[in-house]
Design a protein around this ligand. Structure first.
Ligand SMILES: Cc1ncc(COP(=O)(O)O)c(C=O)c1O
Length: 392
């Protein structure tokens, strides 16, 4: 008999046993891996960010978690949006968000998608190259064009500066070109995700102030300064509170952009949704390799934990047996995923202290996994279903 085809694009359903005899009911344990996302925590985070950054328009970075329940909760709370693609624009519109509240923050856009965005009412775009500016001028004439400057990425768990942004002298030329092409202009940057330094915004805000002088010398001004994302979520190593980050950012703004401060916006992704999610994974195997204890899980790099690559994002991990925390003596463990790819190792350089008694069937909870997990999951590598996400 040929095997039933498995639909890898949908959450893996339990395989029906091919038998007519009654089978014993399996022990009721939740199917793993799964991320549970609590949208009340998303709203808690939105409120905390609003308190930390008063006067800053918050545009949620949809890429962090574009799931409908998250978007709907944020739309109802009046949040704005940072979108990266036509797909994200459509998802936000479907969830009740308005195009006028969107900023199209990807510096690499398909011309047809810029035209679509402009057509539906998006008026803010980011660019970092002459080619992209030319596309904006043609397909989104008169829109707000924000030039993205590079940052060092220092202090970030997940740096972005290597791929995005341009140096200040290039930004100055692009700004002048944008003004001459009839755009309102702004400056954008991103200090790198999971930024551990609350003062990381100081240097790019100072750079934005210098670009403001360039704009003014050409008869314009900065309409907006976009402070990007980078605000952290609670991870294994503690970071300062959002209030401390807010104070650092406000201090830089007052010093370099005051007293006549342009409109400020920020694009938090991780800080908005990460803490709302907990990823539950099952221990498949505990074994020893080269004198180290290896713990193999049913989630890995290809099942949503891709940000463990480079080990810059170190989640807080908790061991659980039969629903209760697993206590007792601990020892270090290397964590790895279930696939046959040798990239599928989560933490080697930063081993985790886990209970000595850990055994197959136990669960590990990865905290702060509401961001950059489910949509990062492959659609079926090695026959593993995409990471399931459930919402409360
Ligand atoms: C343009 C842009 N804005 C905002 C974000 C969100 O950053 P974070 O999740 O660090 O807040 C990202 C993340 O990649 C981004 O690329």
């Amino acid at each position: 008999m040929s095997a039933q085809p498995v639909d890898l694009a949908s959450p893996l359903l339990p395989v029906q046993p091919v038998t007519s005899r009654p089978v014993a009911a399996p022990q009721v344990l939740s199917q793993t891996p799964v991320v549970r996302v609590d949208t009340a925590i998303v709203l808690r985070q939105l409120a905390a960010l609003r308190r930390a950054l008063p006067g800053v328009q918050l545009h949620y970075a949809v890429k962090a978690n574009p799931a409908r329940p998250v978007l709907r909760a944020l739309a109802r709370a009046g949040c704005r949006w940072d979108v990266a693609s036509r797909g994200e624009i459509e998802a936000v519109l479907r969830a009740g968000g308005a195009a006028a509240d969107m900023s199209y923050g990807n510096t690499v856009k398909r011309a047809a998608d810029i035209a679509y965005a402009h057509e539906v009412g998006v008026r803010r775009f980011t660019f970092d190259s002459p080619g992209e500016l030319a596309k904006l001028t043609e397909h989104a004439p008169g829109s707000l064009a924000m030039v993205r400057i590079t940052t060092s990425g220092q202090g970030a768990g997940w740096a972005l500066g290597g791929k995005f942004g341009c140096p200040p002298d290039v930004a100055a030329d692009l700004l002048v070109q944008a003004i001459r092409s009839g755009h309102r202009v702004g400056v954008a940057f991103h200090v790198g995700s999971q930024q551990s330094d609350p003062l990381a915004w100081t240097e790019p805000v100072a750079a934005a102030a210098r670009l403001r002088e360039v704009a003014r010398a050409h008869g314009a001004d900065l309409a907006v300064v976009d402070l990007g994302g980078g605000l952290p979520a609670a991870m294994r190593e503690p970071t300062a509170s959002l209030a401390v980050y807010g104070a650092g950012i406000r201090q830089a703004v007052a010093r370099f952009l005051g007293p006549d401060v342009p409109e400020l916006m920020a694009e938090p992704g991780r800080a908005m949704v990460a803490e709302a999610g907990v990823l539950e994974t099952e221990v498949l195997l505990v074994s020893e390799r080269a004198g180290l204890r290896w713990v193999y899980l049913d989630a890995g790099v290809f099942t949503g934990l891709v940000e463990t690559v480079g080990e810059g994002i170190r989640y807080r991990v908790e061991a659980v047996r039969d629903g209760a925390p697993l206590a007792g003596r601990t020892q270090p463990a290397v964590l790895a995923g279930p696939t046959c790819d040798s990239l599928d190792v989560l933490y080697v350089e930063h081993p985790y202290q886990l209970p000595t008694s850990l055994q197959p069937g136990d669960r590990l909870l990865f905290h702060s996994t509401g961001a950059y997990t489910a949509t990062y999951s492959t659609v079926g590598f090695n026959g593993f279903a995409p990471l399931r996400e459930v919402f409360t």
